[in-house]
Design a protein around this ligand. Structure first.
Ligand SMILES: [Zn+2]
Length: 327
């Protein structure tokens, strides 16, 4: 997320003037009517902004302002204050500070907008954790972190070893659904986690979406979501603890119902039709080689024929759920 400082000095010496074009999605307007900042300080501030703000904004949320005003406000701050769209500096304090110092101070000032911020790395896998909820339970937070380090390496090794090893979790009070993944970032609803503190395998489902990385229009959404819930079923760390299970079959269901209904069908397919089928489909989707013919090519039957077989004998499947307490 936040680039390391080594890169800063490398770029600072050769391309500081071109950075503005490079990161053109974000703009900074420096308001300094009395000309209290010298040119070098302004250049350092602009550079630090381009290093820190895009990462802050993408972690902070979808609607975080992209156009930022930096104001000399000596009566409002003794140092530097920064939030979405607005940075304030004290000219006496900032003048003459090194680029490294300014960059670090800006990062710290931006990070203070969050209730919690940490980065951890284990065995090559990194997790940046941000909470915008001051009331996020510390145990829930730790469980989310632990579940990432417990499950994500397994999913990467099993399904897609080209997946990123640098993941960002954001717990946001403004986000009202359950959770969602985009790129390397997983957004969790603070309200949902408060109401469902044991549902830590949300991490398993969502990190599988990172591993999937199918891009656009690789296959139907029900298939992507069905695979993610099948993976939660098979690899989840505590489905018993969260009382999560695959719903029993009934005649109103369809494989396009997605999520757990599709996941139960997939468990049945794995046991009765073809072991390894879901991993193969996952690979085809990622390679953009999946088509409607894939089912017949892999199993000899169309998806509708497979579902019909399932509907005739839906209980011919052994379901086993992970249970943290029994480990
Ligand atoms: Zn999903």
């Amino acid at each position: 997320m936040f680039k390391n400082l080594f890169a800063i000095f490398f770029f600072a010496t050769i391309t500081s003037s071109s950075i503005a074009q490079k990161k053109r999605d974000f703009t900074i307007a420096i308001v300094d009517p009395s000309n209290l900042l010298d040119a070098e300080t302004k250049s350092h501030l602009t550079f630090a902004f381009n290093m820190q703000y895009p990462g802050f904004a993408s972690a902070d949320g979808y609607r975080t302002k992209r156009d930022v005003t930096l104001e000399v406000a000596n009566n409002e701050t003794e140092t530097i204050k920064a939030k979405a769209g607005e940075i304030k500096v004290n000219s006496d304090w900032i003048q003459g500070k090194s680029l490294k110092k300014i960059n670090n101070e800006l990062k710290d000032a931006l990070t203070k907008n969050w209730s919690f911020y940490s980065t951890e790395k284990h065995k090559g896998y990194k997790l940046t954790f941000i909470s915008k909820d001051p009331n996020l339970d510390a145990t829930v937070r730790q469980n989310l972190l632990d579940t990432y380090f417990e499950i994500y390496p397994t999913l990467v090794k099993t399904f897609n070893n080209k997946s990123t090893k640098d993941v960002l979790f954001v717990v946001d009070t403004a986000y009202k659904a359950v959770a969602e993944a985009s790129g390397n970032r997983i957004l969790f609803s603070a309200g949902y986690m408060k109401a469902h503190p044991t549902d830590i395998d949300v991490v398993t489902h969502e990190t599988m979406h990172i591993v999937q990385g199918y891009g656009y229009s690789a296959g139907p959404v029900w298939l992507t979501e069905g695979i993610a819930d099948y993976v939660r079923y098979k690899y989840g760390v505590d489905n018993v603890g969260s009382k999560w299970s695959l719903p029993a079959f009934n005649n109103k269901q369809s494989y396009t119902n997605s999520y757990r209904i599709t996941a139960r069908f997939f468990a049945w397919l794995e046991q009765n039709v073809k072991s390894g089928l879901i991993a193969t489909l996952d690979q085809q989707l990622r390679a953009h080689q999946f088509t409607g013919e894939s089912w017949a090519n892999l199993t000899g039957k169309t998806i509708d024929q497979l579902w019909e077989d399932y509907s005739k004998n839906p209980n011919q499947v052994q379901l086993k759920y992970s249970d943290k307490k029994s480990k």
